[in-house]
Design a protein around this ligand. Structure first.
Ligand code: GLC
Length: 749
């Protein structure tokens, strides 16, 4: 008779054998599917002339939005001749069907078109700008936003989005910080993956008619332009590139993104678009990327300006040999590649590899099975700008708002209070949509002022523009002050025009533009509670506004439903839960300033009053640190409990903390985990985010939060550039932002 013990061993054995058979079967099934796909691709490739092959490497702007100089006329003929296999900035089922029909019914090989578009934070239903959405720290909400953007895009004929933008940046002068997820590689990686899942679907099923191809951009390190000036030189150590800027691109690729866009900038002297190390050795070799590489808008041509090519033809050679599969709008591959192959300058095998990657994506999207799958007019009518999408955009917008100050509990406002609303941005619908608003428009949306009046009652709201978003005109100050006099409280909406961030929108100042702050200062003399609502696309220098405002709510550009979301937060219908994902400096002089700075040899805490790393005219610390955001309630943190004080190579330890909502409002808190490697073979940051959990706590309730720490979380590129961990002492921090934390220590053995 088998003993129970023997029986369980036999059962375990059978289970393992069964499991390995299943795994073996699923791996072989996957490789069989891959093989099938490759056969299909090769069967088409085998029919193609060189012209038709090059046509698949060409991407032209349709007559929709132009995000650069549009240089292509006679587009329809090129599609008909098979010389253009991909289109950007075409949308609606009607327009895309027209173009697709030419490709699949009039061209020789009937290869379907890709339709790409910049669906960055929504297609028609516009979500908060990506930097705002990142401040929700809510990966589910962020994924949902991308999912809805994909659904509306796919329903409108768009099968490819040029998103997510995952460029890490510590440069608030750079306007494109608005498109990303802030300064942190750990959070940026989580958000990048969430956005890819949203676009391509959780199962990465591109054949689904409501998933679209994601495009990770801008590869690589575009977010570190010198002096914050867009398109400017990027120069950094290989270690900083690999440990700080690369992780979100890798996370997006690991999440299954099947296309990537090269960046305009050079990196270490080589423009990304002609950078073989980046596009072939690193991206395809080390990172295992299997998708297609597309350039940014005319970035091949721009290598002549960079000074690494005499002319477009030479630039095209650099690009194709570096690993670029598709030329966006530059006409370089279109004009020169065929002759370069004929002249033996480019091996046709290289062309075949590029075309295989393009065709593979088109097969994965199901376009060969049904090229009109994204051209369903009924679906378009039903899904685009659907009420449930607006509802989700409203929910996400609320979560993206960050309460930076709330003295004397000025907020939340009380319904029925007599309130003066001041500022041009309060009445603006366009600015709520931010940059890269895709197909979004202001037709069916309310401004913040509209929503405020609906909520608080017309008679309780006195509006005065006061001044414009920019310019020196103060003629409206009097009316604004008069409005403030008649009110119990003042809500002033200040910030930047939506076009002051995004592409080609760098600033040399972080000040609130125009005379908005001067007006705020005048209103302060009325000695009434003042709430500042910010609408901006980058961290600003709020030192002066912070003096005059009793409360400050950072709202970014909160999207189609932003007016309602801001109103609901101001009146306490939703307790703000956002946390900054980019540091707000005290002034531009501190930039670049970010939480993961190094300690230096003369840290500012030294007792020596002079000879240490400091400014003589400003503290070192920022005005509002990374991870910071207030709530209408209070959260108290217990001391940290570690399961052990030593972490061994293959082991793990847990860190527990109890968070208590000690206030009178239910609220959500983003509990953040940071570590510090005290001694390394190279200098190490004073903090690094390694975990977070957003938790809802009812007033008076507590919850124990547990983080698991494993050695792999502590790996970095060491002195010899090998990637791994180093034994030694570590600090561990947990708190509601990167500054106010509980701390403890452990050893990595
Ligand atoms: C722009 C942007 C890029 C965008 C592309 C297509 O120049 O740099 O982010 O996807 O062109 O519009």
């Amino acid at each position: 008779m088998f003993s129970l013990h023997r029986k369980s061993i036999v059962m375990k054995k059978y289970f393992l054998i069964l499991l390995s058979i299943i795994l073996l079967f699923s791996c072989s099934k996957k490789s069989a599917i891959d093989q099938q796909l490759n056969n299909k691709v090769d069967s088409v490739l085998g029919l193609m002339t060189l012209d038709e092959k090059i046509g698949q490497m060409v991407l032209y702007a349709s007559d929709g939005d132009i995000t650069g100089s549009s240089i292509k006329s006679g587009l329809l003929d090129e599609i008909r001749k098979g010389n253009c296999g991909n289109i950007l900035n075409a949308y609606t089922t009607a327009h895309t069907r027209k173009l697709q029909k030419i490709a699949v019914e009039e061209s020789r090989l009937k290869i379907p078109l890709l339709f790409g578009y910049d669906v960055i934070h929504g297609f028609k239903t516009i979500f908060p700008i990506s930097l705002g959405e990142s401040c929700s720290w809510d990966l589910e909400a962020i994924e949902k936003g991308a999912r809805i953007a994909a659904i509306e895009s796919a329903a409108s004929g768009v099968n490819w989005t040029f998103a997510p933008m995952v460029d890490i940046s510590v440069e608030p002068r750079w306007g494109r910080v608005s498109e990303g997820a802030g300064e942190d590689p750990f959070l940026g990686s989580k958000i990048a993956a969430a956005r890819v899942r949203g676009f391509q679907g959780k199962e990465n099923d591109l054949a689904d008619s409501l998933t679209i191809l994601a495009c990770v951009k801008h590869f690589a390190a575009y977010g570190a332009p010198q002096a914050g000036r867009d398109y400017n030189t990027v120069d950094m150590s290989q270690r900083v590139f690999l440990d700080t800027y690369l992780p979100p691109y890798k996370a997006a690729i690991d999440a299954g993104a099947m296309s990537i866009m090269t960046s305009f900038n050079e990196l270490d002297g080589v423009p990304s678009t002609g950078n073989k190390y980046l596009l072939t050795d690193l991206l395809r070799g080390e990172m295992g990327f299997k998708g297609l590489v597309v350039t940014d808008y005319t970035s091949i041509n721009e290598m002549v300006n960079h000074g690494v090519a005499e002319n477009d033809a030479e630039a095209g050679l650099l690009a194709v040999k570096a690993g670029v599969d598709m030329d966006m709008q530059g006409e370089v591959y279109f004009k020169y590649l065929k002759k370069q192959v004929k002249d033996g300058l480019v091996d046709e095998k290289l062309i075949d590899e590029a075309v295989r990657r393009v065709l593979r994506v088109k097969f994965l999207l199901g376009l060969f099975d049904d090229p009109y799958k994204y051209c369903n007019e009924d679906q378009e009518k039903r899904l685009v700008f659907a009420p449930e999408h607006l509802e989700t955009a409203f929910e996400v917008a609320k979560k993206s708002l960050v309460l930076l100050k709330n003295e004397n509990q000025v907020l939340p406002l009380k319904k029925g209070d007599k309130i003066a609303v001041i500022g041009a941005l309060a009445a603006s619908k366009r600015d709520l949509l931010g940059s890269w608003k895709a197909y979004g428009d202001t037709m069916n949306m309310n401004s913040f002022l509209d929503e405020f009046k609906i909520y608080n009652g017309n008679t309780n709201v006195i509006y005065a523009e006061g001044c414009k978003k920019m310019g020196e005109n103060i003629s409206g100050f009097g009316a604004a002050i008069a409005a403030g006099r008649r009110a119990d409280k003042i809500v002033m909406v200040i910030g930047e025009d939506a076009e002051w961030s995004g592409e080609a929108a760098s600033r040399t100042s972080l000040q609130v533009p125009g005379v908005q702050t001067e007006l705020l200062e005048k209103l302060k003399t009325l000695n009434k509670p003042i709430v500042v609502v910010l609408m901006n696309g980058r961290p600003l220098d709020l030192t002066r506004e912070n003096q005059f405002a009793d409360a400050i709510l950072e709202t970014w550009y909160a999207g189609t439903m932003g007016g309602k979301a801001i109103t609901q937060v101001l009146f306490g219908e939703y307790n703000p839960s956002g946390k900054l994902t980019m540091t707000f400096p005290r002034n531009l002089g501190q930039v670049p300033i970010f939480y993961y700075q190094k300690n230096t040899g003369r840290p500012s805490y030294l007792s020596n009053p002079k000879y240490k790393s400091r400014y003589i005219d400003c503290p070192n610390d920022p005005l509002f640190p990374f991870g910071f955001g207030l709530s209408y309630t209070n959260f108290e943190y217990s001391e940290i409990t570690l399961s052990a004080t030593e972490l061994v190579e293959k082991g793990e330890l847990t860190a527990k903390v109890t968070v208590k909502n000690s206030g009178k409002y239910d609220g959500e808190e983003v509990v953040q985990l940071y570590v510090r490697d005290l001694v390394g073979s190279i200098t190490r940051p004073v903090k690094e985010l390694k975990g977070f959990e957003k938790v809802l706590l009812k007033a008076g309730n507590s919850k124990e939060i547990t983080f698991k720490i494993t050695p792999d979380m502590l790996a970095f590129h060491r002195l010899d550039m090998s990637f791994g961990t180093e034994q030694g002492d570590y600090k561990l921090y947990i708190g509601g932002n990167s500054r106010d934390v509980k701390q403890t220590s452990f050893k990595l053995k």
